[in-house]
Ligand binder design. Structure first.
Ligand code: HEM
Length: 239
């Protein structure tokens, strides 16, 4: 008997489900690809672009907040190295979400007005990803400050003596990195909105776009931004 006869039929699916292959079964591609309007339902073909950017943003945000929440738990358990590993990924998710905003600028602002008519009262304020991310970042901030206090350090001490407290210093920098990416997303989102619908209009839930302009100053860890001012002041006082 040839060796081939003993080879398992590797192309046959073994996972539960009705889809043709294990790839499609594991990833639920039938369901996933049915989550966008079909061409017969489009008011404009760029609805596909619009839905793909938003839906994929929600997926990356889901990974970002899950990793951030898990990192907060690891910090509470004093596993800073484990938390750093996850926070690198969470920041990367926000980079991807920011990068894909570029795609929306490929729509014609006039033709986008067609799509806007079918969005109802839909608004990014109801984004589940952003709504979950902010409390996860808050829990991470609390865990970080508890760890810093356990080490008997003020935030200023931690930065001045960063080399002696390498892990905690890196954790502080991972937090500000995440915060900076969220803020970078907001700034970029604001410019995309200005380019697509204008700055002196109101959104689908009645929010003036100017409000988004003010929101770009929002940060989750103001104390981490503030300590930079203290470092500059300290250095100047010592000069
Ligand atoms: C053409 C594309 C887009 C337009 C014209 C747009 C427009 C707007 C407007 C006008 C607001 C203010 C609230 C309101 O709707 O009244 C808003 C808020 C928001 N949008 Fe968008 N948006 C776009 C793309 C996106 C994408 C891709 C995301 C990704 C998740 C997103 C997430 C959000 C979030 C989270 C807010 C709340 C404000 C914040 O947390 O800073 N938007 N958007």
């Amino acid at each position: 008997m040839s060796e081939k006869a003993f080879e398992p039929p590797l192309n046959r699916p073994v996972l539960p489900g009705d889809a043709r292959s294990d790839y499609e079964r594991y990833l639920n591609t039938d369901e996933l690809l049915a989550l966008q309007k079909s061409s017969g339902e489009w008011v404009h073909r760029d609805e596909l672009l619009f839905q793909v950017v938003h839906q994929s943003s929600e997926l990356w945000l889901k990974l970002a907040w899950n990793d951030t929440a898990a990192a907060a738990e690891l910090v509470a358990e004093a596993d800073v190295a484990g938390a750093l590993r996850l926070l690198r990924r969470a920041s990367m998710c926000l980079r991807f979400v920011t990068a894909q905003l570029d795609m929306l600028e490929q729509m014609s602002p006039w033709e986008y007005q067609e799509i806007r008519k079918v969005l109802g009262h839909g608004s990014g304020f109801d984004s589940p990803g952003v709504k979950e991310l902010r409390p996860a970042m808050a829990r991470l901030g609390e865990a970080f400050h508890e760890a810093r206090e356990r080490a008997g350090l003020t935030l200023l001490d931690l930065y001045v003596q960063g080399r002696e407290h390498e892990e905690l210093y890196q954790l502080a920098e991972a937090l500000i990195e995440l915060d900076e990416w969220l803020q970078t997303w907001r700034i970029r989102h604001y410019r995309v909105v200005a380019r697509v619908i204008g700055e002196r209009v109101v959104g689908t839930q009645g929010t003036p776009v100017e409000v988004l302009g003010r929101l770009i100053h929002r940060v989750e860890y103001p104390e981490l931004w503030d300590v930079r001012n203290e470092l500059t002041a300290k250095s100047q006082a010592e000069a």
